[in-house]
Design a protein around this ligand. Structure first.
Ligand code: SF4
Length: 221
């Protein structure tokens, strides 16, 4: 039987069906259907959900407008999934901002129930919540990663902005689980200087792979 008192509580229990409950809202900066441009799943059609809010403070961040969560509308998990279902692809990528600032249990449960593969792009500074098919961990020098991420990451993607980032990448490669795929990706604005170094590094250290922001070359979001 539907219990109004219980329905007013947040977050909801997982035993109810969607028609019986109100699922949480999250600050949504943008959502769009495109091609995953980078990393292990590069080239696949994907529905991106970009949540607002980030306190990591990367100097070279290319989505600084995501930082202040309060300027982005609160959108229900149900609405987000309904929008995603309008497109044929069944890969959802949750990004930000830093999406793990929020409990993503309900969002990922709803996406998976609708048949989506759930991938996340995270700096790993918060504990992992949610049901993930793929966790892309992109550590940042500006804020320490939470140890929760090391056993759970499927992919380590280090952005190379200067030469010292190779050492930084190796420090994290030593911490993640042995199955974790290793990627080096030039920071877009430093690509001309860093890509030749990355190419040489990967040739000498073939456990790493090159990741490029191919969506920027394709001029798509
Ligand atoms: S973690 Fe991501 S969104 Fe946050 S500041 Fe760094 S690059 Fe920007």
């Amino acid at each position: 039987m539907f219990d109004e008192k219980e329905n007013s509580m947040f977050p909801v229990t997982k035993t109810h069906t969607h028609s019986e409950i109100r699922l949480p809202q999250l600050p949504l900066m943008e959502a769009f259907y495109t091609i995953q441009g980078e990393g292990f799943h590069q080239g696949r059609a994907a529905y991106f959900i970009r949540l607002g809010g980030c306190d990591v403070g990367c100097v070279w961040c290319d989505v600084k407008e995501s930082w202040d969560a309060s300027v982005h509308p609160q959108v229900s998990v149900e609405e987000m999934v309904a929008e995603a279902e309008k497109f044929p692809g069944r890969l959802a990528v949750i990004t930000g901002g830093e999406p793990l600032m929020y409990d993503l249990t309900d969002l990922t449960a709803c996406l998976q129930k609708a048949g989506f593969q759930t991938n996340i792009e995270t700096s790993g500074v918060y504990p992992v919540t949610g049901h993930w098919d793929w966790i892309c961990f992109s550590p940042k020098k500006f804020k320490k990663a939470h140890p929760d991420i090391f056993t759970k990451a499927h992919e380590l993607k280090v952005i190379v902005y200067n030469k010292s980032d190779f050492q930084f990448a190796e420090e994290y490669a030593a911490k993640v689980n042995p199955a974790c795929k290793l990627f080096l990706q030039p920071e877009w604005g430093k690509s001309a200087q860093m890509l030749p170094l990355i190419i040489d590094y990967v040739k000498a250290n073939p456990q790493w792979r090159v990741s490029l922001q191919t969506h920027k070359y394709m001029d798509i979001p």
